[in-house]
Design a protein. Structure first.
Length: 78
């Protein structure tokens, strides 16, 4: 299924897009669909990277706490 939509493009972007699609001999609709698909993949990766960094930072903090706890245990007399 596909959706029809109306959008406004900056004149410069429109002219550049028209030039590219003429050279590529690809329909405007197909070109825009591919461009959005590519952009969406990039954004999903960016969001995943951000989430993973947050998770890694949290894990680092937890690991430091565990190490500190083990160090305290080592200091206890036997």
């Amino acid at each position: 299924m596909s959706k029809a939509l109306s959008l406004k493009l900056d004149d410069r972007i429109f002219a550049e897009t028209e030039s590219v699609i003429r050279k590529m001999r690809v329909p405007r609709n197909a070109y825009i669909n591919r461009a959005l698909e590519f952009y969406n993949r990039c954004q999903k990766r960016r969001l995943l990277k951000k989430r993973l960094k947050k998770d890694v930072d949290l894990l680092k903090d937890q690991t430091r706490e565990v190490i500190r706890d083990f160090e305290l245990l080592e200091d206890l007399p036997e």
